[in-house]
Ligand binder design. Structure first.
Ligand code: COA
Length: 362
């Protein structure tokens, strides 16, 4: 028995490879650095879905169809009531996705890709007493998400930054939510069921729930001079430093630098608070130093969540919605893995070692 299934190979995939020793992520044979440089969200979505649906779908067709799908799922926003608006945004997104049909074809995949992108901005606006903004099918997914969030057209730098984020987090090996998606797909349930299970796994603070607390940490630290003392006291209390550590990466998570790079044009054009970025860099250095000193049996480097927090904050997403934005980006990975599992895999049914009491012999 391997606690947490650490190092257990539980699937074969052609979708992505996480090399924890080298700090390298490959998606469909292309390095993350190259993908972020050259590809839009729609390019990567088409790449991940290649050969997994009933017919070939190029990026241009996917962009147009996804725009129309955003328009289609917008009708479900009317189902928002007080019960849903009171929930954390990711829970409200999950509840609305549960209204979609549970198919396994291109049409279902499109609705699932569109759904969190439309529902999250609408939920955030309704919570603030504002009317939801209808999607604009001709925009790219990233531009439309920001337009639906703010009610006005985003800048080119903002669109590029969100695109870089969505590409960076599109897929990442057999993480907990992707594994959940594959378990459901292995039973031959539909894609909607896989995505609902995956969102439920994602929302936990050890997986996709960390970036909000990263900002809370930066706020609590406040100044560069206070970083080391605050971090030391957090570790003394037995707390984990949010945005650091990873099950697989023993070196720096390559996604952290992809996102740090995506912030540069926003900083250069004055669209983000440069003092905040400086504070974050100082906190990062202090955290790495203190983790090196205190946790000597294993290295803990910065992970994707640290710069996710800064990027999504710069794009004006409220911190309580960060896990929901993560779900917008990761849905493509979940769908691709679910399809791969359904097409090539068997029912996932491991065994447990019973360590409870046994009946007394008569
Ligand atoms: N801060 C402080 N200590 C950390 C740590 C962190 N961020 N991450 C791991 N550790 C320590 C644990 O306390 C434990 O030390 P101990 O044996 O002295 O108690 C040791 O490292 C191993 O932890 P474990 O929980 O077994 O490792 P894991 O592989 O399950 O952890 C994470 C992976 C991501 C869950 C973990 O690093 C973490 O909780 N990070 C903070 C949350 C976060 O950023 N999540 C986003 C992940 S992308």
């Amino acid at each position: 028995m391997k606690n947490g299934l650490e190092d257990v190979i539980a699937a074969e995939t052609r979708l992505s490879d996480v090399d924890g020793d080298a700090g390298r992520l490959i998606i469909r044979g292309i390095s993350l650095e190259e993908l972020v440089e050259d590809s839009s969200y729609e390019d990567v979505a088409a790449l991940l879905l290649d050969e997994l649906l009933e017919r070939p779908i190029g990026a241009a067709e996917l962009r147009a169809s996804l725009g129309r799908a955003r328009g289609e799922v917008f009708v479900h926003v009317q189902a928002m009531d007080g019960t849903l608006t009171d929930l954390p945004p990711v829970d409200a997104v999950r509840a609305l996705i549960a209204r979609l049909p549970d198919g396994d074809d291109f049409g279902t995949a499109l609705l699932l890709l569109a759904a969190p992108a439309v529902f999250l901005p609408a939920i955030l606006r309704i919570r603030e007493g504002k009317a939801p903004v209808a999607p604009t099918p001709s925009l790219s997914q990233s531009a439309d998400i920001l337009a639906m969030l703010t009610g006005s057209l985003p800048t080119a730098e903002q669109v590029s930054a969100l695109d870089a984020y969505l590409v960076t987090i599109s897929d990442h090996g057999l993480n907990a939510s992707t594994f959940a998606a594959r378990v459901i797909a292995s039973t031959k349930a539909g894609l909607t069921s896989s995505v609902l299970a995956a969102i439920s796994a994602l929302k936990g603070p050890l997986h996709g729930g960390a970036p909000g607390p990263v900002l809370d940490m930066l706020d609590a630290i406040g100044t560069e001079e206070n970083a080391r003392k605050w971090l030391g006291q957090a570790l003394d209390r037995g707390e984990r430093l949010m945005g650091f550590g990873h099950r697989i990466y023993r070196v720096r998570d390559p996604r952290a630098d992809a996102l740090k790079g995506a912030l540069v044009p926003l900083v250069a054009t004055g669209q983000v608070d440069a003092d905040r970025i400086r504070l974050a860099e100082a906190v990062e250095q202090a955290a790495l130093a203190i983790l090196r000193e205190r946790k000597t049996d294993r290295t803990h480097d910065v992970n994707v969540e640290f710069y996710t927090a800064l990027l999504l904050d710069a794009l004006k997403f409220p911190r309580k919605a960060f896990t929901g934005v993560f779900s917008i980006g990761r849905t493509i990975g979940w769908i691709a893995h679910a399809r791969e599992q359904a097409l090539e895999g068997r029912l996932i049914r491991p065994r447990s070692a019973y360590i409870g009491p046994v009946p007394q012999a008569a």
